[in-house]
Design a protein around this ligand. Structure first.
Ligand code: EZ4
Ligand code: CO
Length: 402
């Protein structure tokens, strides 16, 4: 079998998605997500100009060799653009391999390790009472785990607070929206929020929270400690993690479990965090960390240290990523949890998929491959719409981490 053609499909059914479709001489095709929120066109150019010409004529069965060829062969390694492009190729090749074998990808990886994949949804509100209600709504939908984010009184544009409630979408303007960040207000407020959530919803529901890189290590340590009575499933991205050692300080002070890695692209970005047991959950995902092939390498390293997976699954990760991630999650022995932000009905229509949600758990379905396809005719109706993520400044104007 040979790869005869590969194309990048850009579509915007409510938000932008970049998809790579690889076709073969035997009529089998595969797809992979290549969406890099706010930097979509960089990956499109990388694929079209530098990767697709290398794929034509290759045997799609040789996933590992093609992965190594694209990673080592580029000379320039790692980085979100390169690794998203490699991920798209890798996912599409696993999809093809599954279709050829007549098996879902989780069967190729070693079969199901569990019956379903526990997912967490996003509840967010304009104040504590609203957030309490929103978490309640997710519990009613069957979720066993819910991420809670809440607007901080007096602070404009808090991270994670939606304009609508179901489909939180941070990349929503052509030029980055400017938000304000206030660490002291947040540190005072966050424990109050989780106290209210535990009082309203009891001890059993798993509660998660995303700090979104806003704190320094010692501030993160203080927050982790303050949240201990409310037993979070995890505190995510408490401080930026380019310096992996920074997490030592947090770890010394709190037993609140820590999750990091949605912006990581390779095993090297998280090696020290994992080997030094500085985190509990690794959030690398299929699309931004080199596909199933590389994610498996990260998960295997993590397993040695009892670190579990908790892959990123926001709406900017397309259904093609979600299908691949759910196949991965069903197999991976050290699975923790999977983030699941629902896509809009328009997006779901462009990407017909076999995965399903029931009572807090998801299943990838049993279609051969990743179980997701793209309706190209429908995709063509939604033109690319340039959008960027917001930025954050401190109250004195200092540029901060969004
Ligand atoms: O800000 O996916 O945990 N989820 C997140 C997301 C990210 C977006 C960035 O594109 O942090 O909301
Ligand atoms: Co996050």
């Amino acid at each position: 079998m040979k790869i005869t053609k590969a194309r990048v499909i850009v579509t915007c059914p409510g938000r932008n998605f970049v998809t790579l479709k690889i076709e073969t001489d035997e009529g089998v095709h595969g797809i992979g997500d290549a969406t890099l929120n706010g930097r979509e066109k960089a990956v499109v150019a990388y694929l079209e100009d530098h990767v697709i010409p290398l794929l034509i004529g290759r045997d799609p069965a040789r996933i590992e060799d093609i992965w190594q060829y694209l990673y080592r062969g580029a000379y320039w390694r790692r980085g979100p653009v390169t690794m998203s492009a490699i991920a798209a190729v890798d996912t599409a090749l696993w999809d093809i391999k599954g279709k050829v074998a007549g098996l879902p990808v989780y069967e190729l990886l070693g079969g199901a390790s569990r019956d379903g994949v526990m997912v967490y949804g996003h509840a967010n509100g304009n104040d504590i009472a609203h957030t309490v209600d929103e978490v309640g709504r997710y519990i009613e939908m069957g979720y066993k785990a819910v991420r809670a984010q809440c607007a901080i009184p007096g602070v404009k544009g808090t991270y994670g607070v939606a304009k609508g409630t179901m489909y939180y979408e941070p990349a929503d303007s052509a030029l980055p929206e400017e938000t304000v960040w206030n660490t002291p207000a947040y540190l005072n407020f966050a424990p109050e929020l989780f106290e209210a959530l535990r009082i309203a919803h009891g001890p059993d529901i798993e509660l998660l929270h995303d700090v979104h890189h806003r704190l320094t290590p010692i501030e993160a340590a203080r927050l982790g400690k303050a949240l201990e009575p409310y037993r979070l499933f995890w505190m995510e991205d408490a401080t930026p993690a380019e310096n992996q050692e920074a997490f030592k300080l947090i770890r010394q002070h709190t037993v609140t479990p820590l999750a990091v890695g949605e912006i990581f692209n390779s095993i090297h970005d998280c090696r020290e965090l994992i080997q030094n047991q500085l985190i509990d959950y690794i959030r690398t995902t299929v699309v931004h960390a080199g596909g199933i092939t590389h994610l498996r390498r990260i998960a295997d390293l993590a397993a040695l240290y009892q670190v579990r997976t908790g892959s990123h699954g926001a709406t900017d990760l397309s259904p093609a990523c979600m299908g691949a991630a759910l196949n991965f999650d069903l197999w991976v022995p050290n699975f923790g949890i999977q983030e699941y932000m629902r896509h809009t009905p328009e997006t779901d229509a462009v990407f017909p998929h076999a995965y399903s949600f029931s009572d807090g758990f998801m299943h990838p379905g049993d279609l051969p491959g990743i179980g997701v396809d793209i309706d190209e005719e429908l995709a063509a109706k939604y033109e690319y719409d340039p959008k960027q993520l917001p930025i954050a400044r401190l109250q004195d104007g200092t540029l901060w981490n969004w």
